[in-house]
Design a protein around this ligand. Structure first.
Ligand SMILES: CC(C)(COP(=O)(O)OP(=O)(O)OC[C@H]1O[C@@H](n2cnc3c(N)ncnc32)[C@H](O)[C@@H]1OP(=O)(O)O)[C@@H](O)C(=O)NCCC(=O)NCCS
Length: 179
């Protein structure tokens, strides 16, 4: 599946994107705040493409003007843990050079529309770790509303953090859409 926005093409990841992924995922500002360590090699990025990015509902955020992969967005399968995390959870990460231009919000709006109009979902979840105000703001701009908070093990970072969960129902999304 491919989604198009004003500035982005959201498409599946290919192994040939590993260099582009490494360019942003090696940056310690990107992964750790989202719960995963910075990539140490292009091979780490290739592994991520083969595993976490391989899901059918995960998109490479590709800049239309350059063709570069600058981030990832999609539904993450984190809900198999114990205790389980919310199903149909939206996750995203963007290269730091591109922060603050509204690109993640633009991509998230397209993915949300796809989830509600094409994938038949009724509720989407999104969560951020305490202090990640950029991510919090993306959720608010997309219309998510606060549901609950809890402490969680962040396995890949070997620490516990407080998580704040937000949700958006299809009816809330429909009510908030511009005419
Ligand atoms: C979270 C992330 C994806 C946001 O991407 P982005 O494209 O910069 O997001 P947007 O530009 O759409 O929106 C960011 C908002 O945060 C705001 N913001 C930036 N710094 C902020 C801060 N310190 N405190 C509060 N808000 C802040 C911006 O002003 C903007 O809001 P505005 O449009 O109302 O001005 C990006 O910062 C990132 O990849 N972070 C690391 C990975 C991550 O945290 N992933 C999410 C895991 S839950």
């Amino acid at each position: 599946m491919i989604l198009e926005t004003e500035r982005l093409l959201l498409r599946p990841f290919y192994e040939s994107d590993a260099e582009d992924v490494f360019a942003y995922a090696q940056d310690p500002r990107v992964g750790p705040v989202a719960g995963w360590p910075a990539h140490k090699s292009v091979e780490d990025s290739r592994q991520a493409i083969r595993t976490v990015f391989a899901g059918p509902r995960v998109f490479a955020m590709t800049k239309k003007d350059t063709g570069k992969v600058i981030g990832s967005i999609g539904l993450v399968d984190r809900h198999f843990g114990d205790p389980p995390l919310p199903d149909n959870e939206l996750g995203y990460a963007l290269g730091a050079d591109y922060w603050g231009q509204g690109l993640t919000t633009e991509a998230a709006r397209a993915v949300i529309a796809c989830c509600f109009t094409q994938l038949g979902l009724q509720t989407l979840w999104c969560g951020y770790y305490e202090g990640n105000e950029r991510s919090h703001r993306v959720m608010e701009k997309c219309g998510f509303t606060y549901r609950f908070s809890r402490w969680e093990d962040v396995e890949l970072m070997h620490e516990r953090r407080k998580s704040h969960y937000y949700a958006l129902t299809k009816s809330q999304w429909e009510a908030g859409r511009p005419e």
